[in-house]
Design a protein around this ligand. Sequence first.
Ligand code: IMP
Ligand code: MG
Length: 191
Amino acid sequence: MFSPETGARPLADGASSTASEIGEVLVSEQDLQRRVRELGQAISRDYEGRRLLLVGVLKGAVFFLSDLMRYIDIPVEVDFMAVASYGSATDSSGVVRILKDLDIAIEGRDVLIVEDIVDSGLTLQYLLRNLGSRNPASLEVCALLTKPERRKVELPTRYIGFEVPNQFVIGYGLDHGERYRNLPYVAVLQR
Ligand code: IMP
Ligand code: MG
């Protein structure tokens, strides 16, 4: 629990039992918040006067998206998609299945896909094709992280938070076996 005396954070309790899995911090909480604010300001400028719809990809993007949205000061709506990618635990195959589709019709809308990380790019390639076929007015991508060394397909990503090296990362939405999403920073998974 949060303790006002010690300043201890709730996540410290949850993380401490497996602290050995949390490796080097690649992006600090402060750097995340600063960059997310910059992205929100840029999006607000670029989409001024348009009908912006953020499409969050569950579950990893939820944390980034909810912070990002609070830095957007133009009218904005949000919807979510959940997808599963066939493949091994660490490699997506590009064969993607929709687990939850959008609630909102996107024809004529300015759609910005919000993703946690672009790794091989295969999931995003599928999403761009799928959503693109629904005739949005525009379709762009905002990803918190990118791992360029892993890329199998090149995609137009208009907004990127940070580049990370070819390592498995956790925190700020990114999980390893559904854990560590609650870390307020991005760290390397230590195996
Ligand atoms: P892609 O289709 O290979 O680009 O994979 C994209 C998805 O894989 C992301 O949306 C993440 O959910 C997951 N992913 C890729 N790299 C990492 C990582 O380093 N940590 C946690 N999840 C990752
Ligand atoms: Mg995941």
